[in-house]
Design a protein around this ligand. Structure first.
Ligand SMILES: *Cc1c(COP(=O)(O)O)cnc(C)c1O
Length: 380
C-alpha cells in the first residue's frame, strides 16, 4: 500500500533529537530559539515566534491583535477546522467566503463578506498555493482590516521573491505537524513584521509570563517571573525544535522533489477526460506543493469521488480529501454561519488528494498515475 503521507526523517533527525534529550534541556530553550532565528533568516520575515502548533499561532495572533466578541473574521470554507475554531475561540464570529477555481479564498467573495463588524481576513494557502495576497492586502487597507494567514501548507512557498510569512500581513502561522512540509511531529511558527506584536504573541504563548525559563536561567533571581497577560500553554519543546531545525534545512530540496512529482501527475492527467490537474498558480508563484488535489468529475469519469478513493485503495494507493467544507460539520452547521459556498461545496464532490511527499519514489509515482488512469479509463 502506498501511504497517503509519510514524513521524511533520516539519521540527522534522530541525532538531533538524541542530542536534545541528552542535553537535559527539553522544554523551550536554545533549540526553539535557534529554530526561530533559522526560520527568520530562511523566510526573510522580521520576527518569528516558535509555538507548539499552527493552531496556537493563529490563536495568539488573533488574541494579540485584540480580535474578540462582536468582531467578524472572514476565512475560507475549505480549510481544516483549526482555522475556524481559533476565530470562535477568541469570541469572534467566523464568516466564510467562497473559494475560486484554485480552491483558495477568492478576493471577490471576501469583498462580498465585508461589513462594519469585519476586523480581519484569515486566508488559507490551500495545498501550498499562495492566495492572491496583493489583492487581499488591498482589501485590508481599504477597510482597515487585519490579516492573519493560515500558512499551514505553505512553508517554502513564495510570491515573486517574497516568502509567505515575510509579506505585509500582521501575522502568518505555519505548521510543523507530522504530515506537513516541515515535520516535527507537532509544532509551529508565527511570523510578524511588528516587534510589539511579536512580543505579545511570545508572552501569550507562555501563560502570559514576561520571560521564559531559559532566558531567566542565569539571573540573580531565576525563580522570578511576572504574569502580565492571560496567556496559553503554547510553547514549543526543544526536542521538537531540534527535529524542526533539521527539517527546515531540507525544506527547499524537499519542495523541489514535491514539485517534480506534481509535474508528473499534471502531465499524466491533463489530457484525461473528467480529470482536472491541481492548480499551479501564476508564473510568479512558487507553490509549496504540500498537497496534490486532483479533481474528478463524476459525470465524465462515471463514479463518485468516494468510489474513486475506494477504487484507488483497491489498487494499493491511499488518498484523502482536503477538506470537508466547514459548513458541513455539525458544529458549524448549527452555528448557521453567514456566507454562500457554491464553489467550495461543488469542489467537495470532486476533490481527491493524491500521495505527495519527498520519499515517494519514481515507481510509486508511476503506480499512482496508472491507478488513476485505470479507474478513469475503465469508467469512461
Ligand atoms: C494542519 C493544518 C492546520 C493546523 O496545524 P497544527 O499545527 O496541527 O495546528 C491549520 N490549517 C490547515 C489548513 C491545516 O492543514
Amino acid at each position: 500500500m502506498i501511504r497517503f503521507a509519510k514524513p521524511d526523517y533520516g539519521e540527522e533527525e534522530m541525532a538531533a533529537v538524541a542530542e536534545a534529550v541528552r542535553s537535559g534541556w527539553t522544554t523551550s530553550g536554545p533549540r526553539a530559539a535557534a529554530l526561530e532565528e533559522e526560520f527568520q533568516s530562511y523566510s526573510g520575515c522580521h520576527h518569528a515566534v516558535a509555538v507548539n502548533s499552527c493552531t496556537a499561532g493563529m490563536h495568539v495572533a488573533l488574541t494579540a491583535l485584540g480580535i474578540g466578541p462582536g468582531d467578524e473574521v472572514i476565512t475560507s470554507p475549505l480549510t481544516f477546522c483549526a482555522t475556524v475554531n481559533t476565530i470562535s475561540q477568541v469570541g469572534a464570529t467566523p464568516v466564510l467566503a467562497d473559494v475560486g477555481e484554485d480552491l483558495n479564498i477568492s478576493a471577490a467573495s471576501i469583498r462580498d463578506c465585508v461589513t462594519a463588524k469585519t476586523k480581519a481576513i484569515l486566508p488559507v494557502h490551500m495545498a501550498g498555493l499562495p492566495c492572491d495576497m496583493p489583492e487581499i492586502w488591498a482589501i485590508a487597507r481599504e477597510h482597515r482590516l487585519k490579516v492573519v494567514e493560515d500558512a499551514a501548507h505553505a512553508a517554502g512557498a513564495k510570491i515573486g521573491s517574497t516568502h509567505v510569512g515575510a509579506g505585509q500581513s500582521d501575522a502568518v502561522a505555519f505548521s510543523f505537524y507530522a504530515t506537513k512540509n516541515v515535520s516535527a511531529g507537532e509544532g509551529g511558527m508565527v511570523t510578524t513584521p511588528d516587534e510589539e506584536l511579536a512580543r505579545k504573541m511570545r508572552c501569550l504563548a507562555l501563560h502570559g509570563i514576561s520571560r521564559d525559563a531559559w532566558t531567566r536561567r542565569d539571573d540573580r533571581r531565576p525563580w522570578f517571573y511576572e504574569v502580565v497577560d492571560g496567556g496559553f500553554k503554547y510553547n514549543l519543546s526543544d526536542i521538537l525544535a531540534a527535529l524542526g531545525s533539521v527539517q527546515l534545512k531540507k525544506l527547499d530540496v524537499a519542495n523541489v522533489r514535491r514539485r517534480h512529482i506534481a509535474k508528473q501527475y499534471t502531465k499524466a492527467f491533463c489530457e484525461v477526460p473528467g480529470l482536472t490537474p491541481a492548480p499551479t498558480g501564476a508564473d510568479e508563484i512558487s507553490h509549496a506543493w504540500h498537497l496534490y488535489i486532483l479533481r474528478v468529475d463524476p459525470r465524465i469519469v462515471g463514479c463518485t469521488r468516494d468510489d474513486f478513493i475506494f477504487e484507488m485503495r483497491e489498487r494499493g494507493v491511499e488518498c484523502s480529501v482536503h477538506f470537508i467544507p466547514i459548513p458541513l460539520h455539525p458544529y458549524y452547521r448549527d452555528m448557521q454561519l453567514r456566507g454562500t459556498w457554491t464553489n467550495a461545496l461543488a469542489a467537495f464532490e470532486q476533490i481527491v488528494s493524491l500521495p505527495l511527499y519527498p520519499g515517494l519514489c519514481d515507481s510509486e509515482v508511476r503506480h499512482v498515475v496508472e491507478a488513476v488512469k485505470d479507474i478513469a479509463a475503465v469508467r469512461a
